[in-house]
Design a binder for this molecule. Structure first.
Ligand code: ADP
Ligand code: MG
Length: 281
């Protein structure tokens, strides 16, 4: 999705039948999702979940994938991660087709139990680095660095069961970022947190993403979250789902700003909600 500078905060790009073919035209796209058709089951039992979705995410930006529960957000993320093979279309990361999972696409899930319970925070972050070929010393240095980025140095020697849910999610983010992935994939990572912690982590995420230049695909069903974390908001709708609109949210960095309110109202209108609920779930 190309930035269209010099225009109002909200740019709604109604993509009709999914904007197939549009993504490949975006320069410096780190992630290209191109005419993707996804579903479950094979042969006559194939059940489509996503019908021809195209969008792209530029280096250093975050696309928020927004839609109601069951609309296929996680299914798209699974295809980008390489866990699910497309029925049609393709995913490109850094211009290369995705055929299997890889450390260039680190995933953060909603569940608090995604950490290794028998490893310390430090080892949780260092372990995937070891597995992907780093020396013990290099892995330890990088792990320490990324724990620092997430302000978790003090928790390095603790075990997951001694951490709050918010801390666990921050460790999971540190672990994902430590792989220095081309694209960070986040599937409702803050969905199980209380509202205050959730807002704090959203703000921390956008700050860290900006400072580190991370490119991310962030799945959420919360309008407020999409407005805050997304550079673009890709709105899904229907069964099987297609893209209803893409809304530019680059101007939003503060959840209480006029820009956040404006973009939230636009998104609500696209989704067919009453604008007054823009900041609800
Ligand atoms: P979301 O993440 O937007 O809530 P999902 O991508 O998880 O939605 O699911 C989209 C559709 O695909 C739903 O109808 C869901 O029931 C179906 N689905 C998801 N995972 C599977 C699976 N492993 N097997 C069969 N159907 C699935
Ligand atoms: Mg999901």
């Amino acid at each position: 999705m190309q930035a269209q500078d010099g225009r109002a905060a909200v740019l709604i790009n109604r993509m009709g039948t999914a904007g197939a073919g549009q993504s490949a035209a975006v320069p410096d796209a780190m992630l290209d999702v191109d005419a993707l058709v996804l579903g479950y089951g094979i042969g006559a039992a194939f059940m489509p979940a996503v019908s021809g979705v195209s969008f792209s995410v530029r280096q250093g930006e975050t696309a928020a994938l927004l839609g109601p529960s069951g609309c296929g957000k996680s299914t798209i993320l699974k295809a980008v991660a390489g866990f699910l093979r497309p029925a049609a279309g393709r995913v490109l990361v850094g211009g290369k087709p995705v055929t299997r999972p890889g450390p260039d696409r680190a995933v953060v899930f909603q569940e608090f139990d995604q950490l290794f319970p028998w490893r310390t925070v430090m080892d949780n972050v260092a372990y995937p680095l070891r597995v992907t070929g780093r020396s013990r010393r290099d892995a330890a240095e990088r792990a320490r660095h990324w724990l620092g980025v997430m302000r978790l140095e003090h928790a390095a020697d603790r075990f997951p069961h001694h951490l709050s849910g918010g801390m666990k999610q921050r460790v999971a983010i540190a672990r994902a970022l430590a792989l220095e992935p081309a694209v960070l994939l986040m599937d409702e990572p803050f969905g199980a947190l209380d509202p205050q912690t959730r807002l704090r982590l959203q703000l921390e995420f956008i700050d860290v993403a900006r400072r580190t230049g991370a490119t991310a695909l962030f799945v959420t069903h919360s309008i407020a979250e999409a407005v805050l974390v997304g550079s673009d908001i890709v709105i899904l709708d229907g069964t099987p789902s297609a893209i209803k609109a893409v809304v530019n949210a680059r101007e939003v960095s503060d959840p209480r700003s006029d820009a956040a309110l404006r973009v939230g109202q636009e998104v609500s209108e696209v989704m067919g909600h009453d604008g007054g609920h823009a900041h609800g779930e």
